[in-house]
Design a protein around this ligand. Structure first.
Ligand code: ADP
Ligand code: MG
Length: 678
């Protein structure tokens, strides 16, 4: 049987199964074998009844003593009870309606039972356990991702059946590499990931398959890089930056200057730039972007600055307008909520080259937008944009230079993979005279006192934010209602006599704009908002940020929110309100109180919450991985990265015949994110 053959070749696969398997992305034998278990039930070390944990499913070895006659419950369900025991205690097993399960049990025989052991020390129970005979062939029972109608047992059966035919999968890893890193062959790896005989085999199989996936990803990203390296970009002419520096109301920090130097040097080359500017909130990334736009304009070319929200786009536009004005640069704004006539006008100006810097949202990506001479594409807070969107904007010009600005600190190991195709400038210095934000965690009993503290600051002409969480999407409406009610309540009670306004994502663009303009101008003193203000909003006169239900936010998100204050010379405060009693959550909030360093916080977030919470897949725009995890195996990531570089050095376009299977695998993987290396 070939790996490329249809799953129809397997016994027991009819139209229904085909449809179910299709839902899991499985059409061929090979794809079936690449459907890896998500976990294993380890039958090799069962618990005694008295030693079984209470809070998680486990395997218990026990002997069946007695089977009671079924009891018919008033709900119509038949309840089967079975008495089992070992030397340590007895265990009552219950089954609902599953006569066949009970029938397969023989009295005076020991079995392995998998389930959640509950009850008390003297009367332990397990409800609807899975049953395994003692002499089970597979000590590690794989648990697969499933879909409706397809049980684990059936899927495992199909995979075992396929493995019996020994289908051969293509070996993607060069022989020499496998020997050097002591990695199993692909077919051995596949067999052992489904049917491991012992822990060592399983570990080896996992390492082999994770490495392959990371290696394929690293090679795929490497190919993308070679591809852009081979394109020619518009090279900018050297020019004096003196007028730009002179127009700024402050002196740039050393880190900003370094980033600008790197940026300008890239812009003068014919190789398209691919640079990430990474700097903590408030480090002044916008000025680096502005310097790039100025430089490009001096060569008669255009720059585009794309922001993830209307609010941010408008703020950038307004913030940069006067600077551009004094430098003789023409700036434009293009967002989705503008009228058709306004948009048309901007599009015409862009096409005619009458705008030097265009700020906008996704609207910049839309069909009708074309540029006269686009040389630089800047995306702000790029973790909100996928790889595909970035590519779409790039296509608006002849391989324009790209600059990506992000405040989301990504741990080094991860950055290597995520931004493998980018050069990185780090702004590791804040503008002078910034006092670190003081952060406190309080419980709701102290809310009144916090309000008093906020009022004192408002009385001094300063401003404050109160942020309410909008939780999961299902709760959006109630969350919104809560924020709306809360704002109304504050303005009539604790903050009567003050100007309180509400800002949330469901408001129309013009309403949001009105509120933000009022807050920026200082006429609104207290802004109650959902997390729409998370990214980039810049009002230096706002000095207090109070966050309700702080436990509902991730640490990196809290840090982003906190970055909205501490932007002026006044001491700023961040108040985390939470009644959580979970020690872990408390510890996380205390971490916020201790540290103001985004990188430190991100590393901690990663360690304590796991990568899933830290960086969603879409956030970094990488393909979905089957088995590897970019964050938990830093050493393997580094090895894969190094091996990929060596290989691409030898065969930059993967044109050698031996590398064709790998090339195909890379294309498939990268296709999944809409960018293809060739
Ligand atoms: P972020 O990196 O978070 O995007 P911004 O670019 O919004 O930061 O800058 C934050 C604030 O700091 C802005 O008000 C900006 O004008 C100001 N700023 C930027 N660079 C400097 C500097 N070198 N000295 C003083 N203030 C600066
Ligand atoms: Mg910013």
């Amino acid at each position: 049987m070939q790996a490329t053959e249809s799953i129809q070749k397997l016994r027991g696969v009819g139209t229904q199964r085909i449809a179910q398997l299709e839902k899991l992305g499985i059409r061929t034998i090979g794809e079936l074998l690449l459907h890896y278990p998500r976990a294993y039930i380890d039958l090799s070390a069962p618990f005694s009844i008295s030693g079984a944990p209470y809070d998680q499913p486990c395997v218990i070895r026990a002997k069946v003593l007695r089977k009671y006659p079924p009891v018919r419950l008033h709900t119509g369900i038949s309840l089967y009870r079975v008495q089992a025991a070992d030397e340590s205690a007895s265990l009552e097993l219950t089954f609902f309606n599953t006569k066949f399960a009970v029938d397969q049990l023989d009295c005076d025989t020991a079995y392995l039972f998998y389930g959640r052991a509950e009850g008390s020390l003297l009367h332990r129970t397990m409800s609807a356990p899975q049953i395994y005979p003692l002499q089970n062939a597979h000590l590690y029972q794989p648990v697969y991702p499933l879909t409706a109608g397809l049980s684990n047992k059936v899927l495992f059966g199909l995979i075992t059946q396929a493995l019996q035919h020994k289908p051969q999968l293509p070996e993607l890893l060069p022989e020499a590499l496998r020997q050097e890193l002591l990695l199993d062959g692909i077919n051995e790896g596949i067999f052992n990931i489904h049917l491991p005989q012992n822990a060592d085999q399983l570990t080896r199989a996992r390492r082999r398959l994770m490495f392959e996936e990371l290696f394929t990803l690293a090679v795929g990203i490497g190919l993308l890089r070679t591809q852009t390296r081979n394109c020619r970009a518009l090279a900018m002419q050297p020019c004096s930056m003196q007028p730009f520096y002179a127009a700024l109301p402050f002196t740039l920090t050393g880190a900003q200057q370094r980033a600008i130097t790197e940026l300008l040097s890239d812009l003068q080359g014919t190789t398209p730039m691919n640079r990430l500017v990474q700097g903590d909130v408030g480090s002044g990334k916008t000025m680096v972007a502005a310097a790039g736009a100025y430089f490009v304009a001096q060569s008669g070319a255009q720059a585009a600055l794309m922001a993830p929200t209307e609010l941010l786009a408008r703020q950038h536009y307004e913030g940069l307008s006067s600077l551009c004005g004094s430098l003789g640069m023409r700036i434009g704004l293009l967002t989705g909520s503008m009228t058709a006539a306004q948009k048309r006008k901007v599009r015409q100006q862009l096409e005619a080259g009458e705008i030097d810097l265009c700020v906008g949202t996704h609207a910049l990506l839309s069909e009708g937008v074309s540029f006269h001479r686009l040389a630089l594409v800047i995306t702000d807070e790029q973790h909100r944009f996928g790889v595909a969107q970035r590519a779409a904007l790039q296509q608006k010009g002849e391989h324009p230079h790209t600059l990506v600005m992000s405040a989301t600190p990504i741990p080094r190991t991860l950055a290597l993979m995520v931004y493998g195709e980018l050069d990185v400038s780090v702004i590791d210095e804040l503008p002078p005279n910034r006092q670190p934000v003081k952060t406190y965690k309080i419980s709701s009993g102290k809310r009144e006192r916090a309000f008093g503290f906020i009022r004192q600051h408002l009385d001094r002409g300063l401003q404050a934010y109160i942020v309410c969480p909008l939780v999961a999407s299902g709760e959006v409406e109630t969350g919104l209602q809560a924020a709306t009610d809360y704002a109304a309540q504050l303005s009539s009670n604790d903050f009567s006599g003050y100007c309180v306004s509400l800002l949330h994502g469901k408001m129309s663009a013009s309403e949001k704009e009105r509120v933000m303009a009022g807050f920026q101008a200082g006429s609104i003193q207290l802004l109650v908002s959902t997390t729409v203000i998370e990214v980039g909003v810049d009002v230096p006169n706002a000095v207090i940020m109070m966050i309700e239900n702080a436990e509902r936010f991730g640490l990196s998100q809290l840090h982003q929110l906190r970055g909205r204050v501490g932007r002026g010379s006044e001491q700023s405060h961040c108040i985390l309100l939470s009644d959580t009693r979970s020690p872990d959550t408390l510890e996380r909030l205390m971490m916020m109180c201790r540290s103001n360093n985004g990188f430190e916080i991100a590393e901690y977030d990663l360690k304590t919450r796991g990568p899933g919470n830290f960086l969603g897949q879409q956030q970094h725009g990488l393909p979905k991985l089957r088995i590897a995890d970019l964050t938990t195996e830093p050493e393997l990531v580094a090895q894969a990265q190094a091996a990929a570089q060596t290989l691409l050095h030898e065969d930059p376009a993967l044109s050698q015949p031996a590398h064709q299977p790998l090339r195909q695998a890379c294309e498939q993987l990268m296709d999944a994110v809409g960018e293809r290396p060739n």
